[in-house]
Design a protein around this ligand. Sequence first.
Ligand code: FES
Length: 201
Amino acid sequence: MHVARNGASYAHAPEVSALLDRLPHARRHVRYTRPGSDEVEGRDFDRWGRLTTGEVAELELDLTAEALVCGPQAFMTDLRGGLVAAGLVGGSVRSETFGGATVPGRAPHGPAGRPAQGPLVTFSRSGLAVRWAAADGTLLELAEACDVPVSWSCRAGVCHRCESGLVAGEVVYDPEPLDAPVPGHLLLCCSQPRGPITLDL
Ligand code: FES
């Protein structure tokens, strides 16, 4: 089971497809939350929208299976509930988070050797303010370049591991996150400052 925004954001789709094709009894169920205009339900993906807890039972899963759930925390909690309600034994439902916090070996500092004229990014907890440059990439990459402690996993707007407080200002997302962060927060891994911003980092 895989949920993605659309085919363009379905990570490793060809590789996953090729591997599943080698398993004689494999089944797949793919959902798109925002399919492209040329993507057709039933042809390019199985169903529109996120998998809800109640829909898990309709998938007629093998109840002796082990499930591995990976995604945003709320998604993992919901899906675990759905799998157990469908009859899977709780102990056979596993979840995976990967990646981890960046633990800097030194105090936060400005990024080395690059003049920048872009918006001012203030890391309030770190007592650091630096100008953003397009070459910095995402705010996650800028934080890493400054040794500001951050967490991450997917780096693609899916897992919410990089979600942080946005004290002031606005960001633009590219790509758009699968699930928007809660108000007052942002996802560092897929955002850039729209103007001066202050982060709770
Ligand atoms: S690292 Fe996964 S959403 Fe940012």
